[in-house]
Design a protein around this ligand. Sequence first.
Ligand code: PEP
Length: 248
Amino acid sequence: MRKKWVIGNWKMNAHSDFVAEWAEQVAKQQAVDVAMAVCPPFPYIATLKQKLTNTNIQLGAQNVAATDEGAYTGEVAATMLADLEVSLALVGHSERRTLFGETNEDVAEKCQRLAENGILPIVCVGETHAEREQGVTENVVAEQLAPIVELIKTGLRPVIAYEPVWAIGTGLTATPEQAQAVHTFIRQELTKVSAEVAESTSILYGGSVNRDNAAALFSQADIDGGLIGGASLDAEHFFTICQAFNSH
Ligand code: PEP
């Protein structure tokens, strides 16, 4: 049975009061049957970690440097995330790729730094609207995955998040069938490593997941959870999305 995840990505949203309120809301929620994590902006990782001590919500980061510590102003090394006991980190989010020019090779380097420090990489892949219209979704996703597949061959075991760019923050969600089709393709790509890897790798969907559409998406055979942006800012919505698994 593959591990099921719901991971919140706060992006560049939060302030101290928000963090305190979010943690307070969490304390009121019921237990859920899924691994949970939240990725706040870097400055709030330590505070949130402390506030979530008595919960089973893991802490994640939204990014990491591709290099080891050193003269890289503004960067945050994987060693530092490990020091803060961060469990996982997003890599290759489409906003990092499009706004900050991250390449597939950068994403692979980041994965390696994370793995060296015992942090689970959540590798984001996905096509733009134009690419979907051109019918090249699978080519784009395969190209993004290629260096990651090579790392998996060396023993790295990331989680993959399929996030169609046209669905991120737009309110346009992929239909469960559209998402399932790409998840099946990703799993097939992973058979290049082994059938066991393909079968055991968790593949999450992200892109305007909310409490109304989560259950239908998560009921698909190859969707092992969600990467949640906007809806994760509301702790109650986040937990309702997590509970979508309890109804299976
Ligand atoms: C994301 O940022 O990874 C994301 C999926 O955002 P949203 O849920 O807001 O579309």
